[in-house]
Design a protein around this ligand. Sequence first.
Ligand code: FPP
Length: 248
Amino acid sequence: MSTAENRAVPEHVAIIMDGNGRWANARGLPRTFGHRKGVEAVRETVRAAAEAGIGYLTLFAFSSENWRRPEAEINDLFGLLKSFIRRDLAELHRENVRIRIIGDRASLRDDIRSLLEEAEETTRNNTSLTVVIAFNYGARDEIARAAASLAADVAAGRLQPSDIDAQRLNDRLDTAGMPDPDLIIRTSGEERLSNFLLWQAAYSELMFVPDLWPDFSRDVFFAALERFRARDRRFGGLSSAKAAANGA
Ligand code: FPP
């Protein structure tokens, strides 16, 4: 869970990449063109995150609610993820980037699941930026799966109900072992979390930027990091200025 420090560079940035469809519509193009351009923005953002010295970058690539989209668009998003991993894995590995996947992988197609697991396995011991891909991810589903896993331990007598606390539940989430996001950015001007990292966002700074995801760039990212620096994070305590005034 979070450390109570105010850091100049966030340790963990999570992004809700929104607006691919609107970017394409505005140009009279099919939505798939927006997703394709969105992958280029992913590449630029990963490079910028490594440059900024960020530890974890989580990208919301496919939500458990995205199954409601037309089948052709779902296939396109799956195809883009597959080609991203096929084309970029070697370079990411060379750059010492570690890949982790969060979301319900059990109900994914075998080809997608094995490709995602191969990316995780290949980069397991890398030590620079960790790119966390949220795929078939929904926060309520993640929390329910963690609760079911604790319930199974109680039923088997391995845990008592009174053993269950926030830390134990946290350790059963897909994000176990990762720091909570310090900063969550959503593009396209929408201002909601849409079932993304609900547990982990307890103390995250939220930032909503007007740019559509395909227009997200190194400059927009660095401007967001600059705005983050000016935020005063208190984690339920006092601001650092007030704490100093009180002799803490
Ligand atoms: C939101 O735009 C974006 C998505 C649902 C998918 C994001 C996926 C990618 C950028 C490509 C694959 C990811 C990786 C990590 C390689 P929207 O379609 O909801 O836009 P709209 O709200 O304007 O319709």
